[in-house]
Design a protein around this ligand. Structure first.
Ligand code: SF4
Length: 209
């Protein structure tokens, strides 16, 4: 695999965008809810759904686990795939209510990751977002933006391969992982999403289109 300097990229992004302070949430369980709601939608919709759930007192595992599924559907409707997301949230809430969030998060990182992956509707990115941003354990989150940027830099690989690359090249540090992923998302929204490839901060000048 081609080598790239991930520490240098981090410094470039941090200098450009500053600290992102992710994940915006009041509690670890709110982060969990956000990771499910954010699948295939904009963050502004997630904020609206979280505000709706908060208004109804449903940002706790116990209350969300006992809520009527129709009510949850109504409250998360703005995020799209609302039936699927409501059902997933209800199931995840039952899991956390049953086990206790502190118990769930007390296990080693890889065990927690596997446990999250066993929940319905939780794939690699969602599981790692929960592990990193809710449980504060070191797992680097890869998303479509990260894959796209790495591809531009000549580095291809599936989710796990890219994750290994980041985790091998960077110090194992929760705050660094949190900030780095957030910076990648900010960069991708500002540059890749707006097709500003000619001004790309990460490509060598000769490679810019
Ligand atoms: S701005 Fe364009 S060239 Fe740069 S990483 Fe994004 S998609 Fe690739």
């Amino acid at each position: 695999m081609k080598h790239t300097n991930l520490k240098q990229i981090y410094t470039t992004l941090l200098n450009e965008f500053g600290h992102q302070d992710w994940w915006p949430a009041d509690t670890p369980f709110e982060v969990v809810i956000g990771t499910v709601l954010t699948q295939q939608t904009r963050w502004t919709n997630v904020e609206q759904a979280i505000a709706n759930l908060k208004e109804h007192g449903l940002l706790e595992p116990e209350t969300l686990a006992q809520a009527e599924i129709e009510l949850i559907e109504e409250l998360v409707h703005c995020c799209g795939f609302y039936r699927q997301k409501a059902s997933r949230l209800n199931n995840i809430a039952k899991y956390f209510a049953d086990k206790g969030i502190e118990n769930v998060f007390s296990v080693p990182t890889d065990e927690l990751r596997d446990e999250m992956l066993s929940l319905n509707g939780v794939g690699n990115e969602t599981a790692d977002s929960i592990v990193l941003y809710a449980a504060n354990k070191p797992k680097f989150v890869i998303d479509a933006y990260t894959s796209r940027i790495m591809n531009c830099l000549g580095i291809n690989g599936n989710y796990i391969r890219l994750q290994e690359l980041f985790e091998q090249e960077l110090p194992t540090n929760v705050d660094l992982y949190k900030e780095y992923h957030a910076l990648i998302v900010e960069f991708a929204k500002t540059y890749c999403g707006k097709k500003r490839c000619g001004e790309c901060l990460l490509l060598p000048d000769a490679a810019k289109v």
